[in-house]
Design a protein around this ligand. Structure first.
Ligand SMILES: N[C@@H](CCC(=O)N[C@@H](CSS)C(=O)NCC(=O)O)C(=O)O
Length: 1000
């Protein structure tokens, strides 16, 4: 396909019209045509200013230049000919009312009538009425007081954003989304020093978006702008006016109808950009404003990049009249500017390199930077990253990429050495070379294909000719040198990007560390909170305990009084006895009721106590309290989880670092290999060019002898081109380690055409001293890099270990603290069962025996309340061999022994000493057989069922066949006996306490 056929039918516009100056600016020279780089139309040109619109510029005229100036070097060194979406754009001006309006306006300008003599407002209103004006939004970022502007064509929705700020990227993108805009270009009026642009990140988020900045900014972007360039969006466009002075790359962007000017930092409202850093020069700024901005119509609205006083807009006329600096003469102006004594912008040290960096299309948007986190990295992290990169990389970043190796027709005349592509011998090429292979037309030279192209036949013949020594196609030494310089540059690029990636990873590490710190703080806060609630709970519990004890005393008092009255009755006159007995009966019932209430209360209390050990459930009141505790514990667990997640992330980062290191090694190896090959080719060229009397060409190509000169070179090569690995980093260059590799840096398949390398006896490439010096120069930074990477890796490892240690210490601290709380808290100390206030009752056998109530037994009373109930006898009567069961202490009123109990919440199995006490009517359990530390109680009235577990807990129980269950009204206890006999005894013992049992 003809290259020109791919180009759009371009439209040409009046380039630049400023009241009466239009003819000076408006031109139709090819140079200016080439400068007019459009977005979608691609090209606009100047033309007859009397017509406003011209016929299309011949596409072919532009095509070559376009393609030559547009190849881009991808971060991996691949050329990406970014052919813009050169859509066919027909000149449709005049087809709509709005366009007609615009046209009339233009014609007015061209005819020397100043249509803006009327107020801008009126003009804008007219434009709005006709729907001709662009959609416009002024957005503000408060930290740096930056204005971002959004302009869009209301019909096509194509949009341009000016000076977007990183901090407000989400807001801006949201608005763009909401308005349904198709953001085509993000342009920066200059390389800002006070904030980081969001351009790079926007490109990452919006497919097809391209960055633009002045070519004098020092930053690279997809589009590098200069005077007269236009940025179209729909039927509108902005024109670039270079306005240096604040920085070299400052531009003012003027809307097509000159109704708006985006002046960046050049002209501020009643002020102007400072000139004390970033190539600032007051004289230049003065000239820029006066020549490029003050020449705009008075009504032209001035939209600056900043305002620190809340002003939003001004006009050219106003500024020309009232600007306190720019109304002065040059000398005064310079004086003012040199004495502003402003503080440097807070972020200058990071913003400048960041902006130089983030505008680059390869960074943060290319496939080298893989990290999925890029999008979500916080600003602080980016700042960190940039500060890391700043010092080391600034110089390289300032250097825009310039590789112009676009394919040229193969059969070009010999004198045309513009394309070094043809001279590369066949073999492993760096990817970018492969991407532009072949005799394709410039347009189809591989830019649209992602596949690596193979050598074409003509390439092969070219190589063959080269190898046969054809002087026609030998590359010039300077071209080779140039290519080597480019490889060095690529190396530098690679270095920068890898360092960036490392910095990214380090940044992530730092973010994780900060997160860890936050989690730790939260954990501490939670612990404090837990401590407070613990104290509160403690106080409450103490009070409750006191009340409980008082109630216990009262119940005892009631009991004593009943007993005394009971003793007195027999000594009373016969006539009163019945009455007294009745009274006594009532008092006893009251006493029983009080006792039951007390016991319930005590039960709840003890249950709550034991819940501290997380083994028991609680009553409703306790549940409320525990809920808070549970939440705290849950949060603590959450924090611990977060800590371990952070730790995993650190490990992951470490892995990524290693991978980066490996990738770097691979890339460096490939680059070194290519360089060696080039060195070799260079050497060949030298040899081909000079008459080699002592080493005839034919001989050299067929069966080359080692001539003395070569021998020297070989020796040199062995010293100078010595693999770096030999010099200290053996693993970095595995392919050059072996003596064979030393002797033959050319890969074997490069010799597969059957020809030995000219100038080598065994494939050794030759180095001139100059080349070898270049080689070592190029190699040294790589060594440093590797050492640096390794150092960082070590640091990361140390950091990781530190984090791990910290985590472990925290965990231990937590555990200890918790243990300490358990030990110190009186709440966790079980109440003494044999407390002085509540002495263990006397053996009830005697008491009950002497009681007049012991018989007749009311049928409704549970079995164990029967006065003559003998537990041991009962168990024996059931056929159990009690005497043979040594691990049980069974008396007439008590049964005690070890059982293993499953925890209520934390399902751990713990051995406890259980005591079934018919007098206290409770089954209590203690930590040990001395019965000093009560862990919990099950009151008889709570027991509902006792049954064998039937191996339900088989997977967890220490002895599933010996596991049985005690069901209370609100909980299920799993207990394990030490043997089958004791299990059966225990079950029969406990079942006596059930109401169910009392019915039989
Ligand atoms: N206080 C601000 C810095 C303000 C500042 O220096 N603004 C620049 C434009 S951004 S580089 C400027 O040119 N100002 C001119 C003026 O007269 O204010 C900060 O700390 O960031």
């Amino acid at each position: 396909m003809c290259p020109s056929a791919r180009l759009p039918l371009v439209r040409a516009r009046s380039h630049h019209h400023t009241r009466g100056r239009s003819s000076a600016r408006c031109c139709s020279t090819p140079r200016l045509m080439e400068r007019a780089v459009g977005l979608s139309g691609g090209v606009q040109s100047c033309c007859s200013h009397t017509r406003g619109w011209s016929a299309a510029v011949t596409p072919a005229l532009y095509a070559g230049r376009w393609l030559r100036s547009r190849p881009r070097v991808h971060s991996r060194g691949k050329p990406v000919l970014r052919l813009l979406s050169l859509t066919l754009r027909l000149n449709t001006e005049g087809s709509s009312c709005a366009a007609a309006q615009t046209r009339r306006f233009r014609l007015g300008v061209c005819a020397g009538i100043d249509p803006l003599a009327a107020s801008t407002r009126r003009y804008c209103t007219r434009m709005a009425r006709t729907g001709g004006g662009p959609l416009f939004r002024q957005l503000f970022e408060s930290e740096s007081s930056t204005y971002t502007y959004l302009l869009a064509d209301a019909e096509t929705k194509e949009a341009v954003v000016i000076d977007p700020v990183l901090e407000t990227i989400d807001r801006d993108l949201k608005l763009i989304r909401e308005l349904g805009l198709d953001l085509k270009v993000a342009v920066n009026t200059h390389c800002h020093a006070d904030h980081i642009t969001s351009t790079g990140l926007m490109k990452k988020r919006l497919v097809g978006l391209r960055s633009a900045i002045s070519k004098f900014s020092g930053a690279t972007a997809d589009i590098q702008l200069s005077e007269g360039d236009t940025i179209p969006f729909g039927k509108h466009h902005l024109t670039v006016r270079e306005t240096p002075g604040h920085t070299d790359g400052c531009m003012t962007l003027v809307l097509e109808d000159q109704s708006m000017a985006f002046t960046g930092d050049t002209l501020l409202i009643r002020g102007c950009g400072r000139t004390d850093f970033q190539q600032g020069r007051p004289e230049r700024l003065y000239e820029s404003v006066h020549q490029k901005i003050f020449t705009l119509p008075d009504q032209c609205l001035v939209y600056p990049a900043h305002d620190y006083l809340g002003q939003t807009v001004s006009t050219v006329g106003e500024e020309r009249k009232f600007n306190p600096r720019l109304t002065k003469n040059l000398e005064e102006f310079v004086n003012i500017m040199n004495n502003l004594n402003l503080r440097h912008p807070a972020k200058i040290d990071i913003a400048v390199p960041a902006n130089l960096l983030l505008l680059r299309s390869t960074l943060l948007t290319g496939d080298r930077i893989h990290s999925p986190k890029v999008k979500s990295r916080p600003l602080s992290f980016l700042l960190f990253l940039l500060s890391v990169c700043h010092e080391a990389e600034e110089s390289q970043l300032l250097e825009p990429l310039r590789l112009e190796h676009v394919s040229q027709p193969l059969e070009m005349p010999q004198h045309n050495m513009e394309s070094p592509r043809r001279q590369w011998p066949q073999g492993p090429q760096p990817p970018w070379v492969a991407r532009v292979a072949g005799c394709q037309s410039p347009v189809s030279s591989g830019a649209e294909s992602d596949t690596e192209s193979s050598s074409t036949e003509s390439e092969k013949s070219c190589v063959k000719r080269l190898e046969l020594g054809s002087p026609r196609l030998l590359p010039s030494a300077s071209k080779l040198q140039q290519r080597m310089a480019e490889i060095d540059q690529q190396k530098e690029e690679l270095k920068i990007e890898l360092q960036l990636e490392i910095a990214l990873l380090q940044g992530e590490l730092q973010t994780e560390r900060k997160q860890l710190h936050r989690h730790t703080q939260k954990l501490q806060a939670l612990q404090q909170q837990a401590g407070h609630s613990e104290t509160h709970r403690h106080t409450n519990r103490q009070k409750e305990q006191e009340r409980l004890e008082a109630e216990g005393l009262r119940v005892q008092e009631l009991r004593r009084s009943c007993e005394e009255k009971e003793k007195l009755i027999p000594s009373q006159p016969e006539s009163q006895r019945e009455q007294l007995t009745l009274q006594l009966q009532q008092e006893k019932e009251a006493m029983e009721a009080a006792t039951r209430a007390f016991e319930d209360w005590e039960f709840r209390f003890l249950e709550q106590e034991s819940s501290i050990d997380m083994e028991d459930e609680s009553t409703e009141e306790k549940e409320t309290e525990e809920k808070t505790e549970g939440q705290v514990e849950k949060e603590v667990a959450g924090q611990q989880h977060a800590v371990s997640t952070a730790q995993e992330r650190v490990q992951q980062l470490e892995r990524q670092l290693k991978e980066m290191e490996r990738e770097k090694e691979r890339e460096l190896t490939a680059l070194r290999r290519e360089k060696r090959e080039l060195v070799h080719t260079n050497q060949t060229v030298h040899k081909e060019k000079k008459p080699l009397a002592d080493c005839p060409l034919r001989n050299r190509t067929k069966n080359p002898p080692v001539c003395p000169e070569d021998a020297v070179h070989i020796a040199n090569n062995r010293i100078n081109d010595r693999p770096l690995s030999v010099q200290g980093l053996p693993r970095t260059l595995p392919d050059t380690q072996s003596p064979g590799a030393l002797a033959s840096p050319l890969s074997p398949h490069r010799l597969s055409n059957g020809h030995s390398r000219p100038g080598t006896s065994n494939g050794v490439s030759l180095l001139t001293p100059c080349n070898s010096a270049a080689s070592s120069r190029a190699a040294s930074p790589s060594l440093l890099d590797l050492a640096e990477i390794e150092k960082k890796l070590r640091e990361a490892k140390v950091e990781r270990e530190r984090l791990l240690r910290e985590r472990e210490e925290r965990r231990r601290g937590l555990l200890e603290e918790r243990r300490g709380r358990e030990l110190n808290s009186p709440l966790t100390e079980p109440p003494e069962p044999e407390s002085p206030q509540r002495p263990e009752p006397e053996p009830k056998e005697q008491v009950m025996a002497s009681s007049p109530l012991n018989s007749p037994e009311p049928r409704s009373l549970p079995l164990f309340l029967s006065a003559n109930f003998d537990l041991r006898a009962h168990v024996e009567s059931l056929g159990h061999g009690v005497s043979g069961c040594g691990d049980l202490r069974l008396t007439s009123r008590r049964c005690a022994g070890f059982l293993t109990k499953r925890g209520g919440r934390v399902k751990t199995w713990k051995k406890r000493w259980f005591s079934f006490d018919t007098d206290h009517r409770r089954l209590a359990y203690y930590t040990d057989c001395d019965e000093r530390k009560l862990k919990g109680v099950i009151y008889f009235q709570a027991i509902e069922e006792v049954y064998y577990d039937h191996l339900r807990t088989a997977t967890s129980s220490p002895r599933a066949p010996l596991t049985f269950c005690v069901k209370t009204y609100d909980r299920l206890f799993f207990l394990v006996a030490s043997n089958a006999v004791s299990m059966r005894i225990w079950m029969d013992v406990i079942v006596t306490a059930t109401d169910e049992h009392s019915r039989y």
